[in-house]
Ligand binder design. Structure first.
Ligand SMILES: C[S@@+](CC[C@H](N)C(=O)[O-])C[C@H]1O[C@@H](n2cnc3c(N)ncnc32)[C@H](O)[C@@H]1O
Length: 256
């Protein structure tokens, strides 16, 4: 058994008591298989990453998701698009989890304020202590603690394929509300671009059995039309790995 296998098995063997102490809301699943129901519990994941000799972000990419380099490849695409060259002074991230995108974002730009909305308290606390971000209260699918037109870059990665349609919709309106004119919104969704027949077969046969809410799909045109009516233009779109398949990252810019 490799170090990575041992680390993976350490995560799987984490007790329910430990998860509850870590503040995770667990939904019972008959066949846990690494889907959203048992998504990255804090303490076992940190331990397992240490045991594997990896950063927590690399551990999630390489061991938990089987997609080494996935986070960095998305950040590289965003850099090439000029998202960080715009020097965002305020960044807001929904559902940063372990902070694998957050940490890389902070290597690309130096915002004076980085707000997060994260339901998993142990991870939110860890991100506040480690990166000095501001954890805002999550009170539903809103960004109530953030003023209108106040954020240069709003992002969410691998979040909207774990939420219900309504949850994602509500967050979309809020993301538009808080973004400054000229600011950007970046998020990924599992659109029809990611769902050709072969991808459907892969999800059906290899993806997350027993996790009914994951992965959730979201029509691409729905997103584009919505943000267009809210005063944004689609600047770019690209595929990013998600477990056995892909999501589509959409980059919107608010009209100045
Ligand atoms: C699949 S994880 C992705 C985490 C991280 N962005 C990444 O890619 O590693 C989804 C994240 O969204 C968080 N989350 C779930 N519901 C949320 C909500 N209503 N508001 C904010 N975050 C939420 C979860 O706790 C988790 O950290």
């Amino acid at each position: 058994m490799t170090a990575a296998d041992r680390a993976k098995s350490a995560v799987k063997s984490g007790s329910k008591r430990l998860l509850e102490r870590a503040g995770f809301h667990l939904v019972r699943s008959t066949t846990p298989s690494g889907g959203v129901d048992d998504f990255i519990p804090f303490e076992p994941t940190m331990r397992a990453a240490r045991a594997a000799g990896l950063s927590v972000g690399d551990y999630i990419d390489e061991v938990m998701n089987g997609t080494p380099g996935a986070t960095q490849s998305t950040v590289d695409e965003l850099r090439a698009l000029g998202v960080f060259a715009a020097a965002p002074d305020t960044v807001l991230e929904i559902g940063p989890g372990s902070g694998r995108y957050l940490e890389r974002t902070l290597k690309e730009c130096v915002p004076s304020r980085y707000e997060i909305y994260e339901t998993a308290e142990p991870w939110a606390d860890y991100l506040v202590v480690t990166f000095g971000v501001i954890a805002q209260p999550v009170t539903g699918f809103n960004l109530d603690a953030t003023p209108d037109n106040s954020v240069d870059l709003v992002q969410a990665h691998k979040v909207f394929n774990t939420l219900t349609f309504l949850g994602a919709c509500r967050y979309f309106f809020e993301m538009a509300r808080v973004t400054r004119p000229g600011g950007r919104i970046v998020f990924d969704v599992m659109t029809e671009t990611c769902l050709d027949p072969e991808a459907m077969r892969i999800w059906a046969t290899k993806g997350g059995a027993g996790h009914d809410s994951f992965p959730a799909a979201m029509p691409r045109r729905t997103c584009v039309d919505l943000f267009t009516t809210l005063g944004f233009s689609l600047e770019a779109a690209f595929l990013a790995p998600l477990g056995v398949a892909f999501t589509e990252v959409l980059v919107f810019k608010r009209d100045a």
